[in-house]
Design a protein around this ligand. Structure first.
Ligand code: SFD
Ligand code: AMP
Length: 629
């Protein structure tokens, strides 16, 4: 009997299908429920995990990194757009950044209403970490937001539903329109076909494409969650959508080995980082910034240039690099007043600094405890980590989406806001590109904007599309093929992981990471790459693509791992192709093209790419940057 016969095919029909259960997806469900109720439409959300603790906010967060504060006149949208554009070295869509920013405050107010504790001063105002970031007690951030999304769906009665532990593998297209998705349950023998009038991709970014610093004993510890594995990029690429900024990966600077974020230290506690000899490299190397166009000379220095100055120190042998926590705390305490006030302040700081990690990167607190680090006494090492694909922080890779009618120039507007170039397919959060710095709040907000537009798409296209049954049979075969491969060949060797007839997903992932690390400028290559290296890496990637046909899974969990790695492979391929195409170095602290070591005016443009589902060919394109501010 064929393995697939063991799997029941479950067909779900809905109007709006939301893929993913993270910040963008929860925002989408919340907003869609309102409009769906008015139009008697169905909304369905599908997450590979459990909404309460899935995605990048699973562990919680200690700050909301995008809050404009429009009602208090704290900031202007124009200032924010300028800030984001500068941080990305000129490469952003002003229309998208502004569209998210003009709505984000209302999302933050909702979070507070739903019970998220936001730090306040004695006058009841939010406490800022930096100009755009506000502090929260955020260990329960995700359950709070997920509860609101689920409650909103409940309001729809039988028209609102969510599926958890269902892994989405493939888009389904009919006549150039996205009409659904295929997936499988991680707990039951069920194959899912979701048929929809419109689909919103919100399956997050991608980790574990480059070899992480944490290997061996530390494997699985990354900054971005290892369970975000490139599903959004894969889904939109495979649907034939135009992608943008696939070269703009994000290299975060983090506390070494446990990946604790640095923002609170730099912005709230005003710490500095130094090399091993106590030199503040942001000062000693400031002349380097002049080489990087107007971007290097503005305040704050773009994230990638902050990285770059640190990387230069490391390459000169001046590491370890330290976050000078002890100096920062000393300075704050010295301003406290008398001895009693100083003691009180120290206690306060002690709890704030530990909570910063306990709220979002618990392992960093564990590492501090296990290595006898008390931040008030001893500095902590920081490093530039392996690259990630995340457009919601200071990266930008994702689908090329239509902008809002009232803000976007015609070149950036072809239909419903936040719809990709494929009819009926929308994208938000890490899934949509060129609108960085949205973070948790902006991703939730973008989900809301995209879902509202997707609901109006349903109203304009009221007929439910059909899916060819032959296509469903083919998809089912394809999805479960790794289970079959394992069953056919498992008795050839004694070790289930080693067999000449197949490759297990873990080994596959290691090979992908090695290629990316050594040829596309990962940690071991000091983030440097070049045409010859990329071309060689591409050759190996082609072998890996051939071997993806031989992926084997012993059980449903491993089947998910197989598909995660196929998704990663496509993210990796689009990345290599795009880095190769852009013949300059624009973000030296993200990757450095040694053969084109400078920033060039002629490359002040987006690089977009598209995989054609008809021909299987890739096309690379330059797209104009149209500045609105
Ligand atoms: O400072 C499938 N982020 C921070 N944002 C902030 O606002 N403040 C902070 O303090 C932040 N910090 C931070 C952050 C992230 C992490 C990991 C840490 C620290 C340690 C960034 C935000 O979290 C991020 O911007 C948003 O969460 C992005 O939202 P979205 O919706 O694009 O992605 P998601 O939340 O990760 O959700 C993805 C969902 O997709 C599911 N999924 N479902 C079905 N099938 C598949 N094949 C799927 N693949 C994935 C996931 O399960 C998940 O539900 S600081 O360090 O930056
Ligand atoms: P991180 O902890 O690095 O994810 O950063 C959290 C927030 O602080 C993000 O909005 C970053 O852009 C910002 N940030 C982090 N470090 C700095 C810095 N040195 N200068 C300015 N902004 C920073």
């Amino acid at each position: 009997m064929d393995i697939i016969e063991n799997f029941e095919t479950v067909e779900v029909t809905t109007d709006l299908l939301i893929l993913g259960g993270g910040m963008a997806a929860c925002g989408a469900a919340f907003e869609a429920a309102h409009w769906a109720k008015l139009n008697n439409l169905k909304v369905t959300i599908v997450d590979k995990a459990v909404l309460d603790r899935s995605g990048a906010v699973a562990m919680g967060l200690s700050a909301i990194n995008l809050y404009i504060g429009l009602k208090d006149g704290k900031n202007t949208l124009k200032d924010f757009v300028k800030y984001v554009k500068n941080d990305l070295m000129g490469i952003v869509r002003d229309d998208l950044v502004a569209n998210i920013a003009r709505h984000v405050d209302s999302s933050v107010h909702l979070f507070e209403k739903w019970g998220l504790p936001i730090w306040k001063d004695e006058n009841g105002n939010y406490i800022n970490e930096g100009q755009w970031q506000i502090m929260i007690n955020g260990e329960s951030y995700k359950p709070i937001v997920a509860e609101a999304a689920k409650n909103a769906l409940k309001e729809l009665g039988k028209n609102g539903s969510y599926y958890e532990r269902v892994f989405i593998t493939e888009p389904i297209l009919e006549d150039d329109r996205c009409v659904g998705a295929a997936g499988f349950s991680l707990r039951e023998n069920k194959f899912y076909i979701f048929r929809a009038k419109t689909v919103l991709a919100a399956m997050g970014g991608a980790a574990h494409i480059f070899r992480p610093r944490s290997t061996g004993e530390g494997l699985g510890r990354t900054w971005y969650p290892p369970f975000n594995s490139g599903a959004s990029a894969y889904f939109t690429i495979k649907a034939g959508a135009e992608m943008t900024c696939q070269e703009v990966r994000f290299v975060p600077v983090r506390f070494k080995d446990a990946y604790g974020p640095v923002g609170a230290w730099f912005l709230l506690f005003n710490s500095i980082a130094t090399n091993a000899y106590g030199e503040n490299y942001m000062q000693t190397r400031s002349s380097e910034l002049k080489k990087w166009g107007p971007y290097g000379l503005t305040n704050p220095t773009p994230a990638n240039l902050r990285n770059y100055l640190m990387m230069l120190e490391v390459m000169e042998g001046k590491s370890p690099i330290y976050m000078r926590t002890e100096e920062a705390i000393k300075k704050i305490i010295s301003r406290a007043g008398d001895e009693k006030a100083a003691k009180k302040k120290l206690k306060e700081l002690e709890s704030e600094t530990w909570e910063d990690f306990l709220d979002m990167t618990i392992s960093q607190a564990l590492l501090w405890a296990s290595t006898n680090i008390m931040p008030e006494e001893k500095p902590s090492e920081i490093v530039a980590c392996e690259p990630y694909f995340i457009s919601s922080h200071s990266g930008a890779s994702g689908a090329w989406i239509s902008g809002p009618e009232d803000l976007s120039p015609p070149e950036y507007q072809w239909g419903y806001p936040h719809m990709t170039t494929i009819k009926g397919l929308f994208a938000a959060g890490d899934a949509s590109g060129a609108s960085s710095h949205k973070f948790s709040s902006g991703s939730f907000t973008e989900g809301r904007i995209a879902a509202k537009a997707a609901i109006s798409f349903c109203a304009d296209y009221p007929d439910m599309p059909n899916i060819n049954p032959e296509k469903i049979r083919e998809l089912k075969k394809e999805v479960f093929k790794p289970l079959e491969t394992f069953q056919i060949h498992k008795n050839y060797s004694n070790d289930p992981d080693i067999n000449p007839n197949f490759i297990k997903p873990k080994m596959f992932m290691f090979r992908l990471q090695k290629i990316m690390d050594e040829y596309a400028g990962g940690v071991s290559s000091f983030f440097r790459t070049s045409k010859p290296l990329l071309e060689k890496g591409f050759e190996f990637l082609n072998f890996l693509r051939e071997d993806s046909q031989k992926l084997a899974a012993e059980n449903l969990h491993e089947l998910m791992r197989c598909w995660e790695n196929i998704h990663r492979l496509w993210q990796a391929e689009s990345h290599i192709r795009t880095i190769l195409f852009r013949e300059e170095t624009r973000w030296p602290g993200y990757y450095f093209r040694t053969d084109f070591p400078k920033i060039k005016e002629e490359w002040k443009c987006f690089v977009n790419c598209r995989w054609d589902p008809e021909t299987g060919e890739w096309k690379m394109m330059k797209k104009e940057i149209i500045d609105l501010v």
